[in-house]
Design a protein. Structure first.
Length: 373
């Protein structure tokens, strides 16, 4: 039977969409070329974080955090969820002022947060270097193990009758996709949730790959308790050119420490680059000197799908018949996956989502429905 919706890609976004669509009774097929939860999802740090670079980003991330809390409730271990909270670390008084401003914005969106001084900062995170000014503690942020969450979401969809088909979509057709083995899959609608690889199927989409490195240490329980991020991270995350690194450490539930984060445009080579790793480690050790004594086990990279305005593409692609987009989540797609799925379902079925869909609609880049410029 022809599915109502064919989703290309079973990363966290495709899996969340499959879950939400099947929950509304739609017949869903997911086609995946590699493994469920691969792509950027396997590379991501899994930080569930409220980001407030602009009102639309904050609305999407804050709403999705609420949906994550419902999802993991009662079974946090399955997602390897931890409500570790985030501390946005302020290096000096100027950054502490920025933390205060951030607190005002977050509270206005109903998010709990506390500006903390240096004394409290060192009490809860003693491995931070001396002479920091304090920070902003956001206790509701957390973390998951993204590929596992993707598998759980997809399994829920399959339990409701959705199908998973292993194969690669190589071309979009009027009523479905052509697969690499020459077969065709028809569907009422096709959702592109293939991360940066959406560009292989629709090269004009306003997407650019942004490479990131992550490292993981051996187990050091108690080395840190919160996700620690420098306040300068937002500037680094939203730079639209060049290379940048920012201090970003995460305490995995295993006691391991995840070390992020880097951003590079204009490369799709997934090889780990020693020079970039050295820059990340130098930044991390600058903030947490004791990190220099830890053992790093592994480094990997992934490609974020970045849009020109830093917001995802969620909704119909006006330039392609029956094609919908759920991509462009850059460095926030684990956090925003559940709200993305909710917005997509609401648009497809005429239902209500918890937030306004307009800031994320692809048509903001092609209001006339022509190819993206
Ligand atoms: C280093 C790094 C750190 C990050 N840290 C965080 C974080 O802490 N918090 C956060 O919220 N976000 C984070 N992100 C961002 C997040 O990982 C991504 O936004 C998110 O995983 C995107 O998911 P996706 O499903 O859109 O794409 P992907 O995860 O890339 O999934 C796409 C899927 O589609 C499949 N596919 C591709 N092409 C085809 C095809 N033609 N046919 C069939 N299947 C296909 C792929 O195999 C893949 O499984 C990070 C990203 C990186 C790279």
């Amino acid at each position: 039977m022809t599915p109502d919706v064919l989703i290309v890609g079973a990363g966290i976004i495709g899996a969340a969409c499959a879950d939400a669509l099947s929950a509304r009774g739609l017949r869903v097929t997911v086609v995946e070329r590699d493994a469920v939860g691969s792509g950027a999802t396997a590379a991501g740090m899994g930080h569930l974080v409220a980001m407030d670079d602009n009102a639309a980003e904050l609305a999407l991330s804050a709403h999705s955090l609420e949906l994550w809390k419902e999802l993991v409730e009662g079974q946090p271990q399955r997602h390897e969820y931890s409500r570790c909270g985030t501390i946005w670390v302020a290096a000096d008084d100027e950054e502490l002022d920025a933390a205060r401003a951030k607190a005002v914005t977050m509270r206005a969106h109903g998010l709990e947060c506390d500006v903390i001084g240096a004394q409290d900062l060192y009490r809860i995170e003693p491995n931070l270097r001396p002479h920091l000014a304090g920070g902003l503690l956001v206790p509701g942020d957390g973390l998951v193990y993204p590929p596992k969450s993707a598998r759980i979401l997809l399994a829920r969809a399959v339990a409701r009758g959705a199908s998973l088909l292993m194969g690669e979509a190589v071309a979009l057709e009027d009523d479905g996709v052509l697969l690499a083995d020459g077969s065709r899959l028809s569907a009422g609608r096709v959702v592109l949730a293939a991360g940066t690889r959406c560009l292989a199927l629709a090269p004009d989409l306003p997407l650019r790959p942004k490479k990131g490195h992550v490292m993981i240490t051996d187990r050091y329980p108690g080395f840190l308790r919160h996700q620690l991020v420098e306040l300068g991270y937002i500037k680094s995350a939203h730079a639209s050119e060049g290379e940048s690194v920012a201090f970003n450490l995460q305490p995995r539930p295993t006691g391991q420490v995840l070390i992020g984060s880097s951003r590079q445009f204009d490369t799709t080579d997934l090889a780990a680059e020693p020079a970039m790793m050295a820059r990340m480690l130098a930044r991390a050790v600058e903030y947490t000197p004791a990190l220099a004594g830890l053992n790093i086990l592994r480094c990997w990279t992934g490609l974020r799908a970045a849009t020109p305005d830093g917001l995802p593409l969620i909704g119909p692609d006006l330039s392609r018949r029956n094609v919908w987009l759920a991509t462009g989540h850059e460095g926030l797609g684990i956090t925003t996956s559940l709200a993305t799925a909710e917005l997509l379902v609401a648009q497809m079925t005429g239902g209500q989502a918890g937030i306004d869909a307009r800031p994320y609609m692809p048509s903001r880049f092609n209001p006339q429905g022509r190819a993206y410029g």
